[in-house]
Design a protein around this ligand. Structure first.
Ligand SMILES: Nc1ncnc2c1ncn2[C@@H]1O[C@H](COP(=O)(O)OP(=O)(O)OP(=O)(O)O)[C@@H](O)[C@H]1O
Length: 570
């Protein structure tokens, strides 16, 4: 499909054109299911084309195909046809993917900063006005807890965000779904105005347009079971229907009539096969247009994009501190309880004290790191915004992953500091600095691991179950329940791949290495305790190196998974 895009000549005055689009997927019962069947159409810059049809008729799939978001290389699939004029297109999908804590103006200014240049910022300000968002410029988009923009305002903001980069073609999937008729009309009227003023070709899907909404459309395409029943303008539609022996009754709304005529799910529909056959005799969109390709989308440099993403991430963290605050409260509460339960244990030199110190260190290495699972739903929530922005060319994977990492560092540092203060000092353990650093690096590793899991699973419940299982295995292997030499050979790899092992080793060395004398039977000093736990050979610097290696490895894997699998292509 991608190669075939060059086969169609490019338009001079801007035009998006598709010809013979066919998409088939494997199907268990029939061998193959046709989702799009020889669909064609053309929309000029400044025009708005509405794609209508019953549910499941292939409207969204058509937009996906135009946006290049269908993976035709998957086994058993067929994707054929030619597309021109979508090289610089923006796609606004049905589900909004916006950052909830940013205001309307900030959202547009962030989009402008990612494009780069003063002109983009001016355009963002102009779009505020053009899309009727001035009155809500300082209102936040809205989160689960904080009410923000209305549905219609969010829809217009999503569109405005994409228009900042001056696309030539704008694809909108169901821009009016879930809106009342006045809001739906407002969205369509604004889109129509921007299309005219910026000469953007707009293709949008609609379900049941009101009469006023219908008037905003320059072109319409009716679809049924993946086939085009009609493509053209309003006047041509009536003529065509009359020629296809299905004239529009005088008392019927034309859009409503055609939708009932082509909806084969319910009784009373027309002969769709013959309407499609009739249209194919005379259809539009099969011609060839001449012209030149659009220049590529403008984008700020890598460092600017990285800085913008960092800025946005920190702003999110500060404005919506709920997640980090809940985590902080949990760490502080558990740490205070550990500190209280094991108060002054470091003053004692007996066997009980040795057992107690090892227990505290194991608990913190295992459970405090395990609590990083809380990161998972948060990463998954951000995933939709990432995919949308990446697909529309706002930024790439590397700057996104780097910025997420940088934004996570202060929160993780805070968790490590609070835990260290509330555990090490009341329990009078040794080496608070190394202890805190060990916990800090381990929590960063765990954050990276959880980000990777979040990128790999379709639902957070699966992710939490998976992470809990892996962390459980790590705890089992980290050298507490069974020391390294006692772990069966066939499971010894678990000790090495469990990053908890290195966290625990550093804790143990930090605690027991400085102890020169102990007042208990099996151990006369800290060295002996370490040897007992098979940790006589611990090299703290090397183990820190391994932990840092894990942190880098998980972030790289996270980037690779995002790059390969979160493309927005389906
Ligand atoms: N990759 C795919 N594999 C299997 N079936 C698919 C695939 N993509 C789309 N379909 C099927 O093709 C049909 C058309 O889907 P599409 O989402 O394009 O319809 P639609 O007209 O946008 O529907 P709605 O108005 O309800 O959103 C549906 O039956 C859908 O299940």
């Amino acid at each position: 499909m991608s190669d075939s895009r060059v086969d169609v000549e490019q338009p001079s005055s801007w035009e998006v054109r598709w010809k013979g689009l066919t998409f088939k997927v494997p199907d268990k019962t029939n061998g193959q299911k046709t989702i799009l069947d020889d669909c064609s159409g053309a929309v000029r810059g400044g025009q708005v084309c509405g794609v209508l049809g019953p549910s499941g008729s292939g409207k969204t799939t058509l937009l996906d195909a135009l946006a290049g978001r269908i993976d035709g290389s998957r086994k058993g699939r067929v994707l054929e046809g030619d597309i021109a004029g979508c090289e610089r297109c923006a796609y606004v999908q049905q589900e909004e993917a916006l950052v909830g804590v940013l205001t309307t103006k900030e959202t547009l200014h962030t989009a402008a900063a990612l494009v780069g240049g003063a002109a983009a910022r001016q355009r963002a300000d102009a779009l505020l006005d053009e899309l009727g968002l001035t009155s809500c410029a300082d209102v936040i988009v809205g989160t689960i807890l904080l009410k923000g923009l209305s549905g219609g305002q969010k829809r217009r903001l999503s569109i405005a965000v994409e228009l900042v980069a001056e696309p030539k073609t704008l694809l909108l999937d169901e821009p009016t779904s879930g809106l009342d008729s006045a809001s739906a009309l407002a969205v369509l009227e604004k889109v129509k105005a921007v299309a005219s003023s910026s000469a953007v070709a707009v293709v949008l899907t609609l379900h049941q347009p009101s009469h006023a909404a219908w008037q905003t459309l320059d072109r319409v395409s009716f679809m049924a079971r993946g086939r085009v029943c009609y493509f053209g303008d309003d006047a041509g539609l009536k003529t065509f229907l009359a020629s296809a022996d299905s004239p529009v009754p005088g008392n019927r709304d034309v859009a409503e009539y055609v939708l009932s005529l082509t909806n084969e799910d319910f009784p009373g529909h027309g002969d769709v096969d013959s309407i499609v056959a009739k249209f194919r005799e005379t259809r539009e969109g099969d011609g060839v247009v001449e012209g030149s390709a659009a220049p590529p989308r403008r984008r700020a440099g890598f460092l600017t994009r990285f800085a913008v993403l960092c800025g946005r991430g920190f702003r999110e963290l500060i404005r919506d501190p709920g997640v980090i605050m809940v985590r902080l409260a949990m760490y502080a509460m558990l740490s205070a309880l550990i500190g209280a339960m094991y108060a002054n244990v470091g003053d004692d030199k007996d066997q009980e004290s040795v057992v107690a110190r090892v227990s505290v260190l194991f608990y913190v290495a295992a459970f405090m790191v395990f609590m990083s699972v809380a990161v998972l739903p948060f990463v998954m929530l951000q995933r939709d915004v990432f995919v949308k922005e990446r697909m529309n060319g706002h930024y790439g994977v590397m700057e996104y992953v780097l910025a997420r990492f940088v934004v996570a560092v202060p929160g993780v540092a805070l968790l490590a500091i609070v835990t260290t203060l509330l555990v090490v000092f009341p329990a009078k353990l040794n080496g608070p600095v190394i202890y805190g650093l060990d916990l800090f690096v381990s929590l960063l590793v765990a954050e990276g691991f959880m980000s990777l899991v979040a990128a790999c699973v379709p639902h957070y419940i699966i992710g939490i179950a998976l992470a809990a299982g892996i962390f459980g295995f790590h705890m089992l292997c980290e050298g507490f329940f069974k020391v390294k030499s006692e772990i069966p050979d066939y499971l010894k790899w678990g000790y090495y791949i469990a990053f908890h092992s290195y966290t625990f080793r550093i804790f143990m060395h930090n605690e027991f290495n400085p102890i020169n004398n102990l007042d208990c039977k099996p151990f006369c000093d800290g060295e002996e305790v370490l040897r007992f736990y098979d940790m006589g050979d611990v090299d703290v610097a090397a183990d820190f190196g391994v932990l840092i290696g894990f942190a880098v490895f998980f972030q790289l894997c996270f980037a690779v998974v995002l790059y390969k699998f979160h493309t927005g292509r389906r």
